[in-house]
Write a protein that binds this ligand. Structure first.
Ligand SMILES: Cc1ncc(C[n+]2csc(CCOP(=O)(O)OP(=O)(O)O)c2C)c(N)n1
Length: 1020
């Protein structure tokens, strides 16, 4: 723990306190401070500055004062007043360290010197002296709390637009005895709530939180109806777990027991969301308590859950998933109307669902034109170990306020059961004081709260949601609880945690404690708590949802988690009117179904005009100016269209057909390789948005939205976000671009757990496009390979598409095909680097106005086979047309190496080798490939040529497909780099040598093992 000191860089709030008091009443602050403030230079009214060195000296001496010493030596009343204000501030800074947060009460509460009046030289003799309370919020109700002790009548109205503070009438210039002040502070800051917020830079936000906590002294003071509802929700949470425990002995469910207060928390949170006009909430959570949330919050029918425990499933997916990863969606009734709730599917990998939820929320916000996030709210539940340990948490927080990824603030709830699997010793689990400390990096307020005080938990929930709605920032509830059972129901926790579990065994459970409390206070009748349990069990026995709890006037809701029969697993076919319509798309459509992606010439030219129109007085960089001029020539047909033009035109056509386009990645607006220029930057340095122009946003009045984002430097969270976006929005083309393809492995969890397997596990369709720059150009080990092998290894069940387009027109048709086909499949595109500017990879207009994406491209020099390409402009010297009957060897390849092979063949004047391009590696285009093999009836060799080493690239995967196409007597060989641990050579000279050897190997008459150490032969 930090050494408690009020003085660690935090003196500013102390002065702020005094200053505010001075502004309210100059006579209320000590003379020296009044003099100091009087002397401050005024901003506008010309007040004079006067000397205040004595005060400054006193202030400067503060940090040097040894701990325990009173910082001011003289004990007159004015100095005491200053110390009282210090004491108040100390509680705001440090109160949480002394708060009662642990339901297990394992450790004595620490003694924090700065929270002790003696630290300031204040003693018993001062307790009945009155002091000004400064900015401490003293209201009629805090006074009433003081008078009555319990505060029965405190209510928590929804905040007005201007914020809750406007509802509170502050007792200006209030004075209280030190005894009263101390009591108020301890109740507010050292009770069941430990608030961390004083590091927030924005004073208005700090004040807002102070007002919310201090105005009620941290006491909820709920009326009886609300407290009964809390008990009912606690009963539901506990009884469900116990019911499952006895009915399905030893089956894993990751019990919530010890943290049951999560259920009333979520219930209250969602009801309050609805009352504030929220129309959708997306929840992301891990295993712990998930079944409980499904049944008791989302209204999943217990009998459906029981069937899953018994191995019976209603949906028949290729692979399916365990029950504690299942997503769900439902519409629930709230005071503000029906609200759609989605619980995101998630894999085992803790915290990785966070960015996925954020992306899904952003897509829903876009659909609803909810620009500040007031209609769709993300709610993320975390484990304490995972929140502190997983890096994606930091990435997600880092993106939370950025333009491309903000969602108007996330409500985070850490289910802090103080243990992660078998790890609970803080010397091992983290290096920060609290598991939630990472959230401080974005100035998010954090509320630690004792789960054994459900009233306090609900109060915090209200403050947290209202803060999020008011300031549109992330905010955290650290729900401190415990884990009653082992990590799962087969785990024996005593083996590693004997001491903790001694405390756990003695704990009667939050529900029992709360029930006892309410009975003693006369809120419920004796026996009523047991009756609630019985009613819930009866409902379980019948497999139905339990009776609707009575609605509370405070929360105003009828019933959360209602409409059980409306609940459907999210995904294709969800029939909520509030969900996106995926029904028009089909799951099992043939990948090669015909779709017309060509665009008429006049339309292309029409779209090229705004793409090449520079706004008046907008000065482009000369290099960009040249690119735009070239694009004008391309549209005229004077130049073949390069990659950048093809991509921009593909987007333009889709945008004007009604498909929004969202492209994100590092530097992807310009394009790392200077090819895209989706945004232009005025060289006259105009400020902000004025200096930036995005032609794709100026195509036509009724076009769909185009957004291109230069992402933060994250792969994992950004790719997760885009996956979430794409799975929530069927009509948008969503693209993520890696700066170099290999950087995508920083997001491997997203690729493996979501992109590759989301459909077979959860039935989620996803049209996300990954653009992965790839190609061996001598840039070193780390900038050459996009790791084709990784993606091909993941291919099965027609789960993803892996393509390597080699021309601009191919890219154009591929992007259009992605949206125009009546299905959604992730598309992995290995995009070029040097080819972006190659004349050979550029395509004439005719290839855009006709044709389609070709999964296999035949030899462009062969008569009747690649005929459409004959006569195409090229830097590569032409050769006489190949006669198919003369071809003995077919060289198949993908990507950039094709152009090296073509150049080599033309240089050799070889007439017996055809070169074909496999532009789609998966699903393998068997029909097109068969047609190519058939076109060369006398070929006896098929050679796969790739730039990548033999243990990488497509070879390992594709050979199985190629073997299927061999005719009798035909053999399969390969030409590639020798297997290597690194993807590419770091030395340019070595790279060049290798590249030459690969090309030569492809043409060598006999690919024998001696001369080509990598070669291997497959006889047929
Ligand atoms: C990325 C990742 N690493 C490891 C695991 C294995 N694992 C599952 S739960 C768990 C402990 C999680 O602790 P915590 O976050 O505190 O949540 P709790 O289980 O206590 O609710 C671990 C290590 C995992 N699921 N995901």
């Amino acid at each position: 723990m930090q050494d408690s000191s009020l003085l660690f860089g935090a003196n500013a709030p102390f002065i702020e306190e005094l200053y505010e008091q001075y502004l309210l009443d100059p006579n209320a602050v000590p003379n020296e401070w009044r003099a100091y403030f009087d002397a401050l230079p005024a901003l506008a009214n010309g007040a004079h500055d006067v000397a205040h060195s004595a005060i400054q000296r006193a202030f400067a001496a503060l940090p040097k004062a040894p701990a325990g010493n009173a910082p001011f030596p003289d004990a007159n009343l004015e100095c005491k007043q200053a110390r009282v204000l210090q004491l108040i501030n100390a509680h705001r800074f440090l109160g949480m360290h002394a708060a009662s947060l642990d339901p297990l009460n394992r450790y004595p509460r620490p003694v924090i010197a700065e929270l002790d009046p003696a630290h300031y030289g204040l003693g018993e003799a001062d307790m009945d002296s009155t002091f000004a309370t400064g900015s401490l919020l003293v209201t009629a109700s805090t006074r009433r709390c003081e008078a009555s002790g319990a505060g029965e009548a405190v209510s928590h109205p929804l905040p007005q637009a201007a914020g809750f503070a406007s509802n509170v009438s502050r007792d200006v210039g209030a004075r209280m005895t030190l005894r009263e002040i101390l009591k108020l502070l301890r109740q507010t800051y050292c009770g069941s709530i430990g608030a961390e917020y004083m590091y927030i830079g924005a004073v208005a936000q700090k004040r807002w939180i102070q007002n919310r906590l201090e105005s009620v002294r941290g006491q909820a003071g709920y009326a009886a109806a609300q407290r009964r509802r809390i008990l009912e929700r606690l009963t539901a949470a506990e009884t469900l777990e116990r019911y499952l425990h006895t009915k399905y002995v030893g089956q894993k469910r990751f019990s919530l027991e010890g943290g049951e207060t999560l259920i009333p928390l979520l219930d209250h949170l969602l009801q309050r969301c609805g009352a504030q006009g929220v129309q959708e909430a997306v929840i992301g959570m891990a295993h712990r308590g998930r079944l409980n949330v499904l049944v008791n919050i989302l209204g999943k029918l217990p009998k459906v859950l029981f069937a899953e425990f018994e191995g019976i499933h209603t949906e028949h997916l290729t692979s399916g998933d365990v029950k504690y990863h299942q997503g769900f969606s439902a519409d629930i009734e709230t005071k503000g109307g029906v609200m759609h709730i989605a619980l995101a599917f998630n894999p085992s990998h803790l915290e990785i669902v966070n960015p996925v939820v954020e992306g899904s929320v952003r897509a829903r916000q876009h659909r609803r034109k909810d620009f500040d996030g007031s209609k769709v709210v993300p709610i993320l539940l975390h484990g304490d170990a995972a929140f502190a340990g997983q890096g994606v948490v930091m990435e997600m927080l880092s993106m939370s306020q950025t333009r491309g990824y903000h969602t108007g603030g996330t409500v985070h709830v850490v289910i802090n059961n103080q243990i992660g699997f078998t790890a609970s010793d803080m010397r091992d689990t983290r290096s920060s004081t609290w598991c939630s400390d990472v959230a401080k990096m974005i100035d998010a307020p954090i509320f630690h709260v004792n789960a054994d005080d459900p009233d306090a938990v609900l109060l915090v929930t209200e403050i947290v949601l209202d803060y999020r709605m008011q300031f549109h920032k992330d905010v955290v509830i650290d729900l401190v609880c415990f884990r009653k059972l082992g990590h799962n129901e087969q785990d024996e926790p005593l083996v590693t945690q004997p001491l903790i579990y001694r405390f756990v065994r003695q704990h009667p459970g939050t529900r029992a404690l709360y029930a006892q409390h309410l009975t003693e206070q006369g809120v419920i009748r004796v026996g009523e708590a047991d009756a609630m349990i019985a009613a819930y069990r009866n409902a379980m026995d019948e497999g139905r949802n339990p009776p609707t709890p009575s609605s509370s006037p405070l929360s105003g809701g009828e019933r959360s988690g209602s409409s059980p029969d409306k609940g459907r697993p999210g995904g294709v076919g969800s029939d909520s009117k509030l969900a996106a319509d995926w029904k028009k798309l089909q799951r099992d459509i043939a990948w090669n179904i015909a779709v017309d992606t060509a665009v008429p010439l006049d339309r292309l030219r029409q779209l090229a005009a705004p793409l090449t129109t520079i706004p008046q007085n907008f000065v482009l960089h000369p290099r960009v100016q040249k690119i735009v001029e070239d694009r004008i020539a391309m549209a005229r047909g004077d130049l073949p269209l390069d990659w950048g033009m093809a991509e921009n035109l593909a987007y333009a056509t889709l945008l004007t057909e009604g498909y929004p386009v969202r492209l994100s990645g590092q530097d992807s607006r310009r394009g790392t390789f200077f090819h895209r220029h989706a945004t232009w930057h005025d060289q006259d340095h105009k400020e902000g948005d004025e200096g930036v122009y995005t032609p794709l946003q100026h195509l036509a009045p009724a076009q769909a939205d185009f957004i291109a984002i230069d992402s933060l430097l994250s792969e994992e969270a950004v790719l997760g976000f885009e996956y979430g976006y794409a799975t929530a929005e069927p009509d948008s083309l969503v693209l993520w671009e890696a700066q170099f393809g290999d950087f995508a492995n920083g997001a491997q969890v997203v690729i493996d757990q979501f992109i590759a397997s989301g459909e077979v596990k959860w039935g989620r369709l996803c049209g996300l496009v990954m653009l992965l720059p790839h190609g061996y150009e001598g840039q070193g080990a780390e900038h050459s390979s996009g790791r084709i092998e990784r993606y091909l290894q993941l291919c099965a069940d027609y789960n993803i598409q892996v393509c390597v387009p080699s021309t601009a027109a191919q890219m154009f048709h591929l992007l259009r095909r992605q949206m125009l086909r009546q299905t959604r499949k992730p598309l992995i595109v290995f995009t070029p680097k040097s080819l972006l500017r190659s004349k050979d990879a550029a395509s004439p207009l005719a290839e855009f106005t006709q044709g389609k994406f070709q999964p296999v491209i035949g030899d462009m020099d062969a008569h009747d086979v690649g005929a459409q390409f004959i006569g195409r402009p090229s830097n590569i010297a032409q050769q006489a047309a190949l006669l198919p009957n003369n071809v003995r060897r077919i060289i198949a390849c993908s990507g950039k190496v094709y152009y090296d092979l073509l150049a080599a063949r033309r240089a050799k004047g070889s007439q017996d080798m055809a070169i074909i391009r496999v532009e789609q590696l998966y699903p393998f285009p068997h029909d097109d490939f068969t047609a190519q093999i058939a076109a060369y009836p006398n070929a006896t060799e098929l050679v796969w040529c790739q730039e990548e080493p033999g243990n990488q690239g497509a070879w390992h995967h594709i050979q199985h497909y190629l073997l299927r196409h061999l005719r009798k007597g035909m053999r399969l060989d390969y030409a590639l780099r020798a297997s290597s641990a690194a993807p590419a050579a770091g030395y340019l000279a070595v790279h060049q040598e290798q590249q030459k050897a690969v090309i030569e190997a492809a043409f060598r008459p006999d690919l024998d093992v001696k001369n080509n150490p990598g070669a291997r032969r497959h006889a047929n």
